[in-house]
Unconditional design. Sequence first.
Length: 404
Amino acid sequence: MHKLLIGLLAAGCLFAGEPEALKIDADIRDRHMPYLMVMDPVFEAADSTNIVGYTRCGDSAIWTGHYLAAESYRWNVTRSPEALANVMDALNGIRKLLDVTGVDVLARCAVPADSDWATGIMSEESLHGIRSGVVDGQSYLWAGNTSRDQYSGVFFGLTAAWNLVDDQLAHDWVSMLATRMLNNLLDHNWLVRMPEGDISTTFLARPDQQLSLLKLGRRCNPKRFESAYKSLANLAGYTTVLPIALEVEDPYNSYFKFNLDHINFYNLLTSGDSWWVRQNYVNGFDVLRKTTDDHANPFFDMIDTAINGRTQQRDEHVTTYLEQWLQRGRRDNWVDLRPTYPSCGGDENRACEVIPVVERPPTDFLWQRSPFQLYGGLYGTIEGAGIDYILPYWMARYYGVLSE
C-alpha cells in the first residue's frame, strides 16, 4: 500500500491544485496588476478587503517576469485563451517598464501620474529615485536604481515565454523586448545606467548573468547577438561556477541570490549549446543544487526538473510542498517560531533546520526567502500575489509531476 501511495503521489493523482491555481491567477489580475505590472495591495485592516494602496512596487519587474513564466507554462498546459492574454499583458507591462525610461533601460516599476495610488507608491520608492516619463501618450512616474535581479527576473520570464508559447506575436514581442534591453546593456558595457548617466549596478563581475541574458538574445535575434554570446561563452563560460561557489559558502544570508542563480541557470540550460559550453554551466548548477536541493523549495526543484528531468523523490517533494503552500495564508501576518524551533549560528532569526513550508513567515515570493527564517511579517494588511504557488504548480503540470 505504501508503494502504491508513493506511485500515486509521483504521478500527481492525489493532488488536484488547479482550482487554487486558477483562483490565484484571477486574484493576481484583479488585485495585483493595476498597470499590467505585479505589485501587492495594501488593505484597510487585517480583516478588510478594501484596498487603500499598493506596495512592493520596487520589485515589480522581477515578479512580472516570474508571472510571465507562470502564465507561459499555464498556456502550454491548458491552451487557455485567458492564459495567452495574460502572457501578452505581462509582455506589455515589461514594454511599459522600458518605454517609460526613454532610453531602453529597465525601470523597477511605473505608475500613471494621475493614479490614486501614485503618491503613496512613489513615496515608498523614493530611495530609488523617482523620474517622470510618457507611455502611450500618458504621463507616468517610475522608480529607477534598477538592480540586476530585476533584469534576471524579466529575462527568465521572456525565456520561458520563448520556450513555451508557440505564438508568433508573443515571439515577436519577446525578441523586441530582449533586443532593446540587450542593446542598451551592450552599448553601456554591461552597466545599468539611468537616463541622467548615474550607474545603478553592473553585470561586469557576473559573466554567468551576462551569458544568461545573451543566451536568449542569441536565440531570438541571432544576427545581432550570436557572435557576442559565442565569444563570451568560449572565453568565460568556465567561470560560471566561480560566483556560485562563493555564494554557497553562506546558505543563510541574502538568500534571494539563490533564486537569481536558479533562474539564470534555467535560461542557460533549457536550450542547446556545444558540449563543452554546456558542461561549464552544468558544473555551476551542480554546485548550486548541492546546497539547495534539501531546502524544501518546489520552485528550485522544478527548475532542476526542467534541466535534468524527473526523479521520483523530487516529484514527491514538490507535491508535498505545494500542498503545504496551500495551507498558508497570503496576508503578511506576524509569525514568530522562536518558541518552537531553536536558533543556531548566533542568529536569533536562523533555525537549526529547514522550517516546514506551511509554517514559514509570510513574504512576497516564498522561494527567495531563507527556509531557516524564524520570524517575519507585519500587520496582515498586505497580500502576497501567489506567484510562488502558480509558477511551480504550472511547471509541475507541464513536466508531468502533477496531473489536472
